[in-house]
Design a protein around this ligand. Structure first.
Ligand code: NAD
Length: 347
């Protein structure tokens, strides 16, 4: 029996990527929708054979507790609403899959983790690239030693924020988005620096530049660059922006090989080039729907009661690092990491 999911928020990402991904999912089924727009909710429900009992709005959402078809609530709302809906879903006795960034502050992340523990339910953060075959193949090669020792990882993730696009309007408001390009798209690179290397940083530096007079950056920052130093000596460079031309690129420089992933964190069309002593080659890797893979991972974890690969702790690590990058940018000082975290499943 497939695991029933409710999607909360029928915005751009939910409508464009996640709802269609259920069509390719093997283990999950869309059984409820939660939306502020009754028309949109009814339209999506009708397309998926969901009756009126599977349609909720944000105020009557808690009634989902009485719907046994829903086992997982997938939160796809503006960032500041992730903690509230995660907690309400746990109170309703559901497991939660929550979009990145997990929340705007580490304290909120901790409360989400605690709420899941109290409820005895699973919390997974939707880091789709950790379920994507090109990224997984690069990780496999790194772990197998094919790149030698990693020396430098660079990531660049950015795009033009468009104030005319409703999906970008909340992203330019600090109270809803938590920050600018870094928690939104820079997070793909930040997360990749950790899952590609398999290490966690011990020191963080950050720099921020927002062009004066650009109304997009009244509340949130534009360009953020950071450096992470890892225990092995590896250094990661990251950049993100809401004003540079689209970039989604990871580069891993090892003592034996260099790997360039460009694009590296898109919904599809990933490309991986490997350059070593023998020459340069593009890897041939079968494209799959990474969103369906991610949803299936959660569904199987629920059905088999297994651990999720990207739990709340993984989301909190990035939110803590984002705040460390902000702190370093503000003070001009490096921030030493005084907490310990290790990814539990490294594959
Ligand atoms: P969006 O604005 O298109 O969708 C957000 C939805 O929330 C809309 O339907 C909106 O009506 C609703 N909403 C409810 N309360 C709201 C409020 N107070 N203010 C504004 N909107 C409100 O945004 P999106 O691009 O779909 O992003 C939603 C979430 O998904 C974000 O957390 C984002 O980081 C994440 N996301 C993840 C990926 C990914 O690849 N994993 C890609 C895009 C977005």
């Amino acid at each position: 029996r497939k695991v029933g999911f409710a999607v909360v928020g029928l915005g751009k990402f939910a409508m464009g990527q996640i709802i269609p991904a259920f069509g390719e999912s093997k283990a999950a089924k869309l059984v409820a929708v939660v939306s502020g727009s009754p028309e949109k909710a009814q339209r999506v429900a009708a397309q998926h054979g969901i009756g009126p009992d599977g349609i909720y709005d944000y105020s009557n959402f808690d009634r989902i507790a009485q719907n046994p078809k829903v086992e997982v609530v997938y939160v796809i709302l503006p960032n500041s609403l992730h903690p509230e809906f995660t907690t309400r879903a746990f109170q309703a006795g559901k497991h939660v899959l929550c979009e990145k960034p997990m929340a705007n502050t580490p304290e909120e992340c901790q409360r989400m983790i605690d709420a899941g523990r109290r409820a005895g339910k699973k919390l997974m953060i939707a880091y789709r690239e950790q379920y994507e075959p090109h990224n997984l193949e690069v990780m496999r090669r790194i772990r197998a030693g094919e790149l030698g020792d990693l020396r430098v990882i660079s990531t660049d993730n950015g795009r033009h924020a468009d104030p005319k696009d409703p999906a970008d309007q909340w992203r330019l408001q600090k109270s809803l988005a938590g920050g600018g390009a870094l928690p939104d798209v820079g997070i793909y690179g930040l997360n990749a620096q950790r899952y590609l290397s398999g290490e966690e940083p011990v020191e963080v530096r950050g720099w921020i530049d927002s062009p004066e007079g650009d109304p997009r950056f009244r509340e949130v920052e534009d360009v953020t660059c950071w450096q992470l130093r890892f225990p092995s000596g590896l250094i990661a460079n990251g950049s993100t922006s809401y004003s540079y031309q689209d970039a989604s690129r990871f580069e891993i420089l090892g003592t034996k090989a260099r790997v360039t992933m460009d694009p590296a964190a898109e919904y599809d069309g990933h490309r991986v080039m490997v350059k070593d002593q023998k020459g340069q080659q593009q890897l041939a890797i079968q494209e799959v729907n990474q969103m369906a893979r991610e949803i299936d991972h959660m569904a199987k974890a629920v059905r088999n009661n297994t651990e999720v690969k990207t739990p709340g702790e993984e989301g909190m690590q990035d939110v803590r690092l984002i705040h460390a990058i902000y702190e370093s940018a503000r003070t001009g000082q490096a921030v030493k990491i005084n907490w310990t975290y290790k990814r539990r499943i490294d594959a």
